[in-house]
Design a protein around this ligand. Structure first.
Ligand code: ADP
Ligand code: MG
Ligand code: MG
Length: 206
């Protein structure tokens, strides 16, 4: 991945979030406070502006700029959480380009950081249930297979992970207030994480 591709990735996330804003908000209305789409749309609109203004010059700087912007512009829990994923990953990528293994290791560090920040783990019905399998798929990808194939596997893993949150009972975030009534609904943060990796698959396939 080079800087241009990282930039394209985040712009594609912004477009997906914009297109799916109402679905994300609807999912959050079912088990939360109905603002996830609005929160992320505000955040990624600011990310788009920040990337255009700052023109970061490495993959890492693109991700750090994204994370910092999300932390400062998103009011909900998802801002600091997503912000931490991107900032932590970005800080580990200083060279202008990175390969699949380096991207996987950086995102894995981002995953660990968000687990620590939110004191949640896989199975708690959060974004982690999509992020973890996506990072695992990237880590397991054949390094000679290229980024596009790895990104496709990660996107598929995130999508399946998100889907599997339907059967889970929430143990973190607002949805946990519902107890067992949180079952039967897709977690909005896991759904948006699937969009993040879907966007990665899209921009790397061309
Ligand atoms: P808020 O809950 O503050 O309104 P959002 O609606 O934007 O924020 O984001 C909600 C999403 O954040 C949830 O669907 C869940 O995926 C994620 N989330 C909430 N708490 C945690 C946590 N402690 N760890 C990881 N993810 C979390
Ligand atoms: Mg919410
Ligand atoms: Mg909220």
């Amino acid at each position: 991945m080079d800087t241009d591709l990282a930039h394209a990735w985040l712009l594609a996330v912004a477009s997906s979030v914009e297109a799916d804003r109402e679905r994300l908000t609807r999912l959050d209305a079912e088990i939360g406070d109905g603002d996830h789409g609005t929160n992320l749309h505000r955040g990624f609109t600011a990310v788009r502006a920040a990337l255009e203004e700052i023109h970061p010059e490495s993959v890492g700087r693109v991700l750090v700029t994204t994370g910092t912007t999300l932390i400062s512009r998103v009011g909900g829990a998802s801002g600091p959480l997503y912000g931490t994923v991107f900032r932590t990953a970005g800080k580990r990528l200083e060279a202008p380009e990175c390969d699949v293994a380096e991207l996987a290791a950086a995102l894995s560090a981002g995953y660990e950081a968000v687990c620590a920040l939110g004191s949640a783990r896989v199975g708690d019905k959060t974004m982690l249930d999509a992020l973890h399998p996506a990072v695992e798929a990237l880590t397991a990808a054949d390094p000679t297979g290229g980024l596009a194939a790895a990104a496709r596997a990660a996107a598929e893993a995130a999508r399946k992970g998100a889907e599997a949150t339907v059967d889970l009972q929430a143990r973190k975030g607002r949805a946990s207030y519902l107890g067992s009534r949180s079952r039967g609904h897709l977690d909005p943060g896991a759904a948006s994480t699937a969009l993040v990796f879907g966007a990665l698959a899209d921009v790397t396939s061309g």
